[in-house]
Design a protein around this ligand. Sequence first.
Ligand code: NAG
Ligand code: NAG
Ligand code: NAG
Ligand code: NAG
Length: 401
Amino acid sequence: MGYKTLCFGFSCILLAYCLYSPIPENIEEPWKVRFTDTLIKVASHMAILFEKIGLMKYEKIFSTVATFYIVQAVSDENVTVIDTDFNNIPVRLYLPKRKPQRERPAVISIHGGIFVFGSCKVEAHDNLNRLTSNKLGAVVVGIDYRLAPQYPFPAALEDCVYVTKFFLQDKVLAKYRVDPSRICIMGDSSGGTLAATVTQLLRNDPEFKHRIKAQALIYPGLQMIDTFLPSHREYGHGPILHREMMLRVASLYVTKDSSLTQALLRNEHMPEGSRHLFKFVNWSDFLPEKYKKNHVYTEPVLGKWNASYPALLDSRLFPLLVNDSQLQNLPLTYILSCEHDLLRDDSFIYITRLRNVGVQVIHEHIEEGVHGALSFTMGTLALHLGFKIRDMYIHWLEENL
Ligand SMILES: *[C@@H]1O[C@H](CO)[C@@H](O)[C@H](O)[C@H]1NC(C)=O
Ligand SMILES: *[C@@H]1O[C@H](CO)[C@@H](O)[C@H](O)[C@H]1NC(C)=O
Ligand SMILES: *[C@@H]1O[C@H](CO)[C@@H](O)[C@H](O)[C@H]1NC(C)=O
Ligand SMILES: *[C@@H]1O[C@H](CO)[C@@H](O)[C@H](O)[C@H]1NC(C)=O
């Protein structure tokens, strides 16, 4: 009886939450999005509670759920899939079985998960990489980089840079019959952060200057020095990605000190002497008028938080922190952004800055889009939007790689 009452109570709370969850009007499959959003919110509340009573760390609930979706490396009639490593960094390779008429293109793929959870072996990513390999006849390299909080910044980035450089060696490209002039690096969400940074670092490295033909960034996060952009204000409560949850988890990439989360939430986390960086992310200069709406630019408060982490000033943490000369000569860039996404403005700012220095950018913006949909292409929670994003990205690769 007690158990049934409890279940009934829990279902009522879930339903009430679901009904209450406001979501934007033009979203496709509103009930599915609302339900997923509710699950994430409830999980987040439970995680806060569990952390308070000392049961488990906040992020554990999300990383545990992500591991449920890990799948084995299974080859099919078109693609050979192998788990291996590039000098101890685990990678999953997708090798087309079809005999190529000429050397193959390649895609280096970096998964999202706020630097704390996820894997290239999670079903949705495995499926995306397999499909990319099959459709393009491409070699795809999924990187299983190290995750925070166990391995904080710059571990994830170092792994991605290492794997990319390893793969770009002549002998490795020759082994997989890859055409060195047709290589793309891609990432979604925090994977997009990493992909953008790897692309910048390699571009400014004389040895690898011409080795990446294109970068594809899907709703990437590109800065965290100003956490009060118009899109943060409008979509801080989701759907799918929430400001508080994102900042709690993302801060673990920098430190386990939870006072960073609080400072980030108040936009008071940057130290004295960092004002020169704000011109790189100043939305009142870079955002199209349409997205400024009636928001008023407020400068972040500097020097209020008494701890300081050098990582917060490091452009290897957030690719928007480089100056214009470091953006010049970046390769062809594809950016896909979603309207109902608190990271939306990061994309718009990067696009403006890249175009200002003459980088060729192809931008696709989905008006009814929500963050993270690419991860919802499997099972009952699959969204049409997820398939749409996947197909847009693969189509772009087919035309441009
Ligand atoms: C193999 O490729 C063909 C042609 O693209 C496709 O129709 C088929 O579904 C693929 N098989 C698998 C298992 O993905
Ligand atoms: C941001 O841009 C606005 C408008 O151009 C300007 O008034 C402000 O000083 C800028 N702030 C910073 C920190 O660059
Ligand atoms: C920072 O401030 C908090 C409270 O405002 C205080 O508890 C803490 O000791 C301070 N830390 C340092 C390093 O000054
Ligand atoms: C841009 O940054 C690089 C590396 O920090 C520096 O060497 C260069 O002088 C800067 N360029 C400008 C125009 O500020």
